[in-house]
Design a protein around this ligand. Structure first.
Ligand code: NDP
Ligand code: MG
Ligand code: MG
Length: 340
């Protein structure tokens, strides 16, 4: 059984006299900073001059260059894009770290794959919400929380786990569930999940369904609603009550199709491919490719992104969503840039 922690298992006290420097004010950064502040914790933001700096100031935070924020903090939470972290860490964080501080991450990638090598006199922990940053904030404001993982990589103060748990409570994760893990497990499962199921598997499934229908002569608008828009409604049911609850809501005809056709689409061959993806993640092959892609200025990343942005499902989708302004409600993620 996984070790689980909930609100009543965790105290915030250990953070009471401490300052948290949230480095970065993007998807995760703004959510961590605002949730911690709402819980009475002292937060400063570390950034470079630019869009986020202005936004964080507008939201009422004290903003400093990364090195200054690091110097002021007891806990330094690194929430820059993963591929930018190694350089910023080397130049603007590492030279300013003090013994006994804590260095924290929301994803284990850089530590696990040795892109950031922390000194041995600081605590190093992970507090990783299992959800996009905009939902970390929105769900918190609604009184809930996004589940989270914690892991301790290095404990010099003897308090690293307590701090990681308190931090997770501070951002709302213990309201849902916090699971204790390792940097290795968090990194590998997170990469696998986004590649095989959450992002890669899902976008490929949506596109294949849309293409199959439109190539057979069906109207793209119908195919869009069927294969993309309606997915949210199904996923909401899955989120609320699992496979059984979703199947309770759909028609018996849909359920019969679900049970018999699903395994033909995601079949043994798909699972073999999933196993290969997992091996490439475990061996470091995926990480190496991504690090090199960034060093080469992202030729494939940009080309593949551009190609998908021009996909017919995107063209028809943009038109249809414009007519549904209610989708972009007050708290909508769609108003902001979301990364995963
Ligand atoms: P974002 O891409 O949203 O972070 C962008 C922020 O970093 C902006 O505030 C940007 O400022 C700032 N930034 C970029 N480069 C620099 C720099 N050189 N110096 C100072 N600030 C800089 O990151 P995410 O929130 O997506 O990811 C942060 C971490 O959280 C990652 O480790 C990620 O794996 C993890 N994570 C992310 C999830 C998500 O929902 N996105 C989910 C779970 C974990 P500016 O405006 O100046 O460019
Ligand atoms: Mg991820
Ligand atoms: Mg239907």
């Amino acid at each position: 059984m996984a070790k689980m922690y909930y609100d009543h298992d965790v105290q915030l006290d250990v953070l009471q006299d401490k300052t948290v420097a949230v480095i970065g004010y993007g998807s995760q950064g703004h959510a961590h900073a605002q949730n911690l502040r709402d819980n009475g914790i002292n937060v400063v933001i570390g950034l470079r001059q630019g869009k986020s700096w202005r936004k964080a100031e507008e939201d009422g935070f004290q903003v400093y260059p990364v090195s200054k924020a690091t110097q002021q903090a007891d806990i330094v939470m690194l929430l820059l894009p993963d591929e930018k972290q190694p350089q910023v860490y080397e130049q603007e964080i590492k030279p300013y770290l003090r013994a006994g501080q804590a260095l924290a991450f929301a994803h284990g990638f850089n530590v696990h794959f040795n892109q950031v090598v922390p000194p041995d006199n600081v605590d190093v922990f992970l507090a990783a919400p299992k959800g996009p940053g905009h939902l970390v904030r929105r769900v918190f404001q609604e009184g809930g929380g996004v589940p989270g993982l914690i892991a301790v990589y290095q404990d010099v103060t003897g308090q690293a786990k307590e701090i990681a748990l308190a931090y997770s409570k501070g951002i709302g994760c213990t309201r849902a569930a916090v699971i204790e893990t390792t940097f290795k497990e968090e990194t590998e499962t997170d990469l696998f999940g986004e590649q095989a199921v959450l992002c890669g598997g899902t976008t490929a499934l949506i596109k294949a369904g849309f293409e199959t229908l439109t190539e057979a002569g069906y109207q793209p608008e119908v195919a869009y609603f069927e294969c993309l828009h309606e997915l949210k409604l199904i996923v909401d049911l899955l989120y609320e009550s699992g496979l059984e609850g979703m199947r309770y809501s759909i028609s018996d005809t849909a359920q019969w199709g679900d049970l018999t056709a699903g395994p033909r689409i995601i079949n043994e061959q798909t699972k073999q491919e999933m196993k290969k993806l997992l091996e490439e993640i475990q061996s470091g092959e995926f990480a190496k490719g991504w690090v090199l892609e960034n060093q080469a200025n992202r030729p494939m990343f940009n080309a593949l992104t551009r190609k998908d942005n021009e996909h017919p499902i995107e063209q028809v989708g943009r038109r249809l969503r414009e007519k549904m302004p209610f989708i972009k409600g007050k708290n909508s993620v769609a108003k902001d840039v979301v990364t995963s």
